[in-house]
Design a protein around this ligand. Structure first.
Ligand SMILES: NC(=O)c1ccc[n+]([C@@H]2O[C@H](COP(=O)([O-])OP(=O)(O)OC[C@H]3O[C@@H](n4cnc5c(N)ncnc54)[C@H](O)[C@@H]3O)[C@@H](O)[C@H]2O)c1
Ligand SMILES: O=C(O)[C@H](O)COP(=O)(O)O
Length: 392
C-alpha cells in the first residue's frame, strides 16, 4: 500500500503505518491520501485510490461526492482537534473584549524610551476593555467544538445559548445543563453579546441545510449593537461585504476570524488569526493518529469508521477464508444479486454486513473459500456496484 501526504502529517500518526505501507510523493500511484487543508477540488483521482483521510474536521477542501462516485472513501477525525480550537476561541473572546493586541503593540513602540513603567501606567487607559463574565454568548453549531466552547464559557461565568438543529445524542449528553437551548438563530441574534460559529461550511443550494453566508445583513439587522462575532469555522459562513458594513456602522464591534482572506485581513475591527485553531502539537498528533488508525482499519479489515461519504460499518475481524467489500449504490435488489453470485459458484457466505448512507451503501461479505477473479468480475458487472475489493 502506498500513501501520499498533501500536507505535513504528524510523525506520531504516520508511525502507526506498518512496513506494508510506503510513502510516495507521486500522488497518482497512491492507494491512500492524507490531507489537512490542501484543496483537492482540482485533482484527478487515479483508479487505485481507495481512501482519503482528512486529519481534521472540515472536509470542504475535498470533493466528497465525486469521491463517493469513484468508490473513494473519505474519512475525517471528528473531535480530534476540538480542544485546540476551544482554547483558541476562549483566547478570541478575551482578545475581542480587552484591547490586548493594541496594548502589546503599543508597548513595543515605547520600549526604548526611558521610564517605560511610568509610561505604561500613564497610557494604559487607552486599552481598557470589558469582562466576559455575565455576558451572553450564542454558540451556533453544537458539535465537538461548539459543546466544548459552550461548557467552557459557562465555567467562565457567561450565560450561554446554543443552537444546533441537527445536534447528535452524544453531543446533547455532554452539553452543560446551564446552556440554554434555542430553536432559531434569531433568538441568538436578539439576545447575545458574543456569537461564535461552529457549524460546517455547507454550500448545497438548499436553504434548509446550507450554511454559506448565513451571517449576513439580514442576520446583522437582528443582532444587538456592538455584538462581537467569532468565526473559527470557515470564512464563507460570513458574508464579508455585509460584515464590512456592520463593522463600519458599529453594529459589529469586533470580528475575530481564524480564516482571514483578501477582504477581512484589511478590515478595521477584525482580529485575524492565521488558521491556528488546530495548530497545536496535541491536535496535530490526535488527528494524525486517528486518521491513520481509521485508514488501516479500512485497508486491512474493510471496516469504515468516521467516513463522510460512505456509511460506517464494523464487520469485525474476518474469521473466514475470504473477505470481499463492495461499495455500491443504495438501491433495491443489490444484496440478492451479490448473494446470487456466490450461490451460483457454490461458495458459502459465512457473514454479511450491509449498511447505507444517503445514496450510497457498503457490503462486507465473508466467505468460506478463497476469492477468485471470477467472483470479482461477476460482482463488478452488477449495475450499481461502484468498487469491489478483496480484503482477504
Ligand atoms: N479553526 C480551526 O482550525 C478548525 C478546526 C476544526 C474544525 N473547524 C471548523 O469547525 C467546524 C465544526 O467542527 P466540529 O469538530 O465541531 O464538527 P462537528 O461535526 O462535531 O460539529 C458540527 C456541528 O454543526 C452542526 N450544524 C450543522 N449545520 C448546522 C446549522 N445549519 N446550524 C447550526 N448547527 C449546524 C452539526 O449538527 C454538528 O453538531 C468544522 O466543520 C470546521 O469547518 C475549524
Ligand atoms: O477543519 C479543521 O479540522 C480545521 O480547519 C483545521 O485545519 P488544519 O488541519 O489545516 O489546521
Amino acid at each position: 500500500m502506498k500513501y501520499s501526504c498533501l500536507n505535513p502529517i504528524a510523525p506520531v500518526g504516520l508511525n502507526i503505518f506498518t512496513d506494508k505501507y510506503q510513502k510516495t510523493d507521486n500522488v497518482d500511484e497512491a492507494d491512500i491520501i492524507l490531507v489537512r487543508s490542501a484543496s483537492m477540488h482540482d485533482m484527478q483521482f487515479s483508479d487505485n485510490l481507495k481512501a482519503i483521510a482528512r486529519a481534521g474536521a472540515g472536509v470542504n477542501n475535498i470533493p466528497v461526492d465525486i469521491c463517493a462516485e469513484k468508490g473513494i472513501v473519505v474519512f475525517n477525525t471528528p473531535g480530534a482537534n476540538a480542544n485546540g480550537v476551544k482554547e483558541l476561541v476562549i483566547a478570541g473572546l478575551l482578545l475581542a473584549s480587552r484591547d490586548i493586541i493594541g496594548g502589546v503593540n503599543w508597548v513595543q513602540t515605547i520600549k526604548d524610551q526611558p521610564g517605560v513603567a511610568k509610561l505604561v501606567e500613564k497610557g494604559k487607559s487607552k486599552f481598557a476593555g470589558k469582562e466576559i463574565q455575565g455576558k451572553k454568548l450564542g454558540v451556533i453549531g453544537l458539535g465537538a467544538i461548539g459543546v466544548l466552547v459552550a461548557n467552557a464559557a459557562v465555567h467562565l461565568g457567561m450565560t450561554v445559548y446554543g443552537y444546533d438543529p441537527f445536534i447528535s445524542v452524544e453531543r446533547a449528553w455532554s452539553l452543560s445543563r446551564h446552556v440554554i437551548p434555542v430553536n432559531s438563530r434569531d433568538e441568538i441574534y436578539r439576545e447575545c453579546d458574543y456569537i461564535t460559529l461552529h457549524a460546517p461550511l455547507i454550500d448545497n443550494g438548499d436553504p434548509s441545510s446550507s450554511t454559506k453566508g448565513m451571517i449576513n445583513k439580514e442576520a446583522f439587522d437582528k443582532m444587538k449593537d456592538g455584538v462581537i462575532i467569532l468565526n473559527f469555522a470557515r470564512d464563507l459562513l460570513v458574508n464579508d461585504d455585509d460584515m464590512a458594513e456592520a463593522l463600519k456602522s458599529g453594529k459589529v464591534a469586533r470580528y475575530v476570524t481564524d480564516f482571514p482572506n483578501d477582504k477581512t485581513a484589511n478590515m478595521e475591527g477584525v482580529i485575524a488569526i492565521p488558521h491556528l485553531g488546530a495548530s497545536t502539537e496535541e491536535s496535530e498528533d490526535n488527528c494524525a493518529m486517528m486518521a491513520v488508525k481509521q485508514l488501516r482499519e479500512y485497508i486491512e479489515k474493510g471496516n469504515i469508521i468516521n467516513s463522510v461519504n460512505y456509511p460506517n460499518c464494523d464487520a469485525g475481524e474476518c474469521a473466514a477464508l475470504g473477505r470481499i467489500t463492495i461499495l455500491h449504490r443504495n438501491i433495491p435488489k443489490m444484496l440478492t444479486q451479490f448473494t446470487g453470485v456466490f450461490s451460483a459458484l457454490n461458495v458459502n457466505i459465512a457473514n454479511l454486513v450491509n449498511k447505507s448512507k444517503g445514496d450510497y451503501a457498503y457490503t462486507v461479505i465473508d466467505v468460506d473459500s478463497t476469492i477468485n477473479g471470477d467472483v470479482i468480475s461477476k460482482l463488478n458487472s452488477i449495475e450499481g456496484v461502484i468498487k469491489v475489493r478483496v480484503v482477504k
